[in-house]
Structure formats: structure tokens, C-alpha cells
Design a protein around this ligand. Structure first.
Ligand code: GTP
Ligand code: ZN
Length: 192
């Protein structure tokens, strides 16, 4: 269960957003960025973004996270209404320390899935319960989900969220994330 905690204006380079924080079962400060009036609406563009300190903040080229984050904020800012749910599930839920250990194994040739498994961790430890709760909190009737990840679509649909459309978010690979993106496509079923 989530509970409203605080809301404030968040003017940004992408638009005049509102930011919400909710109390939740995981006790994590997930952030919800909202543009316009989403309450009770249909076909709301929604991005569910998992935290990536190295990419989102530091501009790492090992992944496409930052470009996906900026592209989706821009998309949402340009739409009449929309929402980005920023989940504090660093490293697909294994945390920063384990993600950097995984990077170290990837530097030795393992792919992103193998590097998690090698540590005895799941390839993807995330869940999207918080996102489901937020979508229900705003009584959103249907969602246009900005993603390439079929797991997110599956999780939301299994938990009663109607997805009217998937909006792909394809970022051109660079020399450093090419293999990472290939692995997402080949091993994780991403629609790339
Ligand atoms: N464990 C691990 N996590 C990573 C690695 N590279 C990026 N991440 C994390 O992966 C998450 C991003 O997930 P992705 O699978 O790239 O994308 P997604 O958000 O599931 O799918 P999209 O909605 O299509 O973007 C973030 O939490 C990153 O911190 C890695 O090599 N190993
Ligand atoms: Zn990343």
C-alpha cells in the first residue's frame, strides 16, 4: 500500500512538473513526476524508470539509462499530460555495490545476465508493485507505457493495469553499450 506523503512544484528544463513522494511498503523514496492533470484519464503516457546512478547521474556510456530518462522526460513534458515513476531499484534491484561488482565481472568478459548470476543474484530482481499502486492512486484508466521491456508490460497487466499502447524508447547504441544492449535483446527479451 502507498500513502500520499508530499507534493511540490518541479519546474524543469522539460516542463513544469509536479513531484510526489509516497510512503510505501518498501520504505524507499521513489519519486513520481507528473505533467498536467492525469487523474482518471485514459491513454496516459507513463515511463517507469529504474534508478541508475552511473548512467542517470554520471553520464556513463555503459548503458542507455540516461538517454532513456531524458528522452522520456522530454516526451512527457511535450504531452498534454503524463508521468514518470522513478524507482530506486539500482542495478535492476541488486543495489549499487552488487552492480559495480557485476561491472567488474563484465570487464572480464561476462555479460550483464551472467554477471548477476555469477554472484548468486537474480538476473533481474525488480518488481513494479509501487508503480502499480501509483497508477491506481491516480485512477488512471489506461496507460501508454514507454518501454522496450516486456517484463514491465506483463507485470502491470497481471496486476490490473490496462496498457492501451507501448511507446518504444530506442537509443542508438555506442561502442560501450553495444554488447549490453545486444544481451538485453537476446537474453532478456527486450523489444529492440
Ligand atoms: N545488474 C545490473 N544492472 C544494470 C546493468 N546495467 C544497467 N543496470 C540497471 O538496469 C536498470 C535499467 O534497466 P534496463 O533493463 O536497462 O531497462 P528497463 O528499464 O528494464 O527497460 P526499458 O523500460 O526498456 O528501459 C537500472 O536499474 C540500471 O541500474 C548491469 O550491467 N548490471
Ligand atoms: Zn544504466
Amino acid at each position: 500500500m502507498i500513502e500520499f506523503y508530499a507534493k511540490a512544484k518541479l519546474p524543469s528544463r522539460f516542463g513544469n512538473f509536479d513531484i510526489y513522494v509516497f510512503k510505501n511498503d518498501e520504505n524507499k523514496d521513489h519519486a513520481v513526476i507528473v505533467n498536467g492533470d492525469i487523474y482518471g484519464r485514459e491513454n496516459v503516457p507513463v515511463r517507469i524508470h529504474s534508478e541508475c546512478l552511473t548512467g542517470d547521474i554520471m553520464g556513463s556510456l555503459r548503458c542507455d539509462c540516461r538517454d532513456q530518462l531524458l528522452t522520456s522526460l522530454k516526451m512527457i513534458g511535450q504531452s498534454e499530460y503524463g508521468m514518470l515513476i522513478y524507482l530506486r531499484q539500482e542495478g535492476r534491484g541488486i543495489g549499487l555495490l552488487n552492480k559495480i561488482k557485476a561491472y567488474s565481472l563484465e570487464d572480464q568478459g561476462l555479460d550483464t545476465v551472467e554477471a548477476n548470476l555469477e554472484q548468486g543474484l537474480p538476473a533481474d530482481a525488480r518488481n513494479y508493485n509501487f508503480a502499480v499502486e501509483v497508477i491506481k492512486y491516480f485512477k488512471i484508466k489506461s496507460v501508454e507505457l514507454i518501454t522496450n521491456n516486456p517484463e514491465k508490460i506483463k507485470f502491470l497487466e497481471e496486476n490490473g493495469i490496462k496498457i492501451s499502447k507501448r511507446i518504444p524508447i530506442i537509443i542508438e547504441p555506442n561502442a560501450f553499450d553495444k554488447f549490453y544492449l545486444e544481451t538485453k535483446k537476446d537474453k532478456m527479451g527486450h523489444l529492440l
